[in-house]
Design a binder for this molecule. Structure first.
Ligand SMILES: N[C@@H](CCC(=O)N[C@@H](CS)C(=O)NCC(=O)O)C(=O)O
Length: 219
């Protein structure tokens, strides 16, 4: 059942952006209607008005503007409590916070295409893939260990929570964009399989840009 906000929310997004995908997953799970504005060029003036960093995602909800996926997710969670993104159990909740923090602070920024392209220019194009793979693997080693005693069907049990919204797009990047060897990460692969069986995850992770875009491009 979709619940409408007083006005339809707008999300500045990119189909391939893992940060946007986290928020789109939350919007879907919470059954919220939103207009998805796919940004196609770096420096999009409409996006810059909302988020001077020029990054997606950015949410506009009436007169409220929120940038950065973590802030957006917390905003949505308070305003629309249906399908809670955090478990009641404090330990499981703390695991969700850790997963979100590891992915958003110690993995995603280091494999963001802008940085990877910059490494290519500064060091060598041959270093782009190893750079991204190294940082993804380092984070995945920690996540695999962290979740060993907490995972059920999903990251922290048998319900989908915040950790899953961070993991699914990051694992997709690892597999499909950076060809990371996942042999050492059987649990993450198992979770990825579980995500692939959930309709919202299928739809959002399969979404591809409809028009040419210079945004989020590995040169
Ligand atoms: N901490 C921010 C990071 C945002 C971010 O890095 N977004 C990427 C897409 S996942 C982006 O906009 N990249 C374009 C660029 O680097 O110029 C968040 O979680 O929203």
């Amino acid at each position: 059942m979709e619940q409408e906000s007083e006005t339809t929310m707008k999300l500045f997004s990119h189909p391939m952006s893992s940060c946007s995908r986290r928020v789109r997953l939350a919007l879907h799970l919470k059954g919220l209607k939103y207009e998805c504005i796919n940004v196609t060029s770096v420096g999009d003036p409409e996006l810059l008005k909302v988020n001077p960093m020029g990054y997606v995602p950015a949410l506009v909800d009436g007169t409220t503007e929120v940038s950065d996926s973590y802030a957006i997710l917390l905003y949505l969670e308070e305003k629309f409590p249906q399908h809670a993104l955090l478990p009641q159990d404090l330990i499981k909740k703390s695991i969700n916070y850790q997963v979100a923090s590891i992915v958003s602070s110690s993995i995603q920024p280091l494999q963001n295409m802008t940085l990877v392209n910059y490494i290519g220019e500064l060091v060598s194009p041959d270093e782009k893939l190893p750079w991204a793979q190294y940082h993804i693997r380092k984070g995945f080693v920690a996540l695999e260990k962290l979740l060993a005693n907490h995972a059920g069907k999903y990251a922290t049990g048998d319900e989908i929570f915040l950790a899953d919204l961070y993991l699914a797009p990051q694992i997709d990047n690892a597999l499909n964009r950076y060809s990371v060897d996942m042999t050492d990460f059987p649990l993450l692969l198992k979770l990825n399989k579980a995500y692939s069986e959930v309709l919202s995850f299928q739809q959002i992770l399969a979404d591809k840009p409809q028009e040419p875009s210079d945004f989020i491009k590995l040169q």
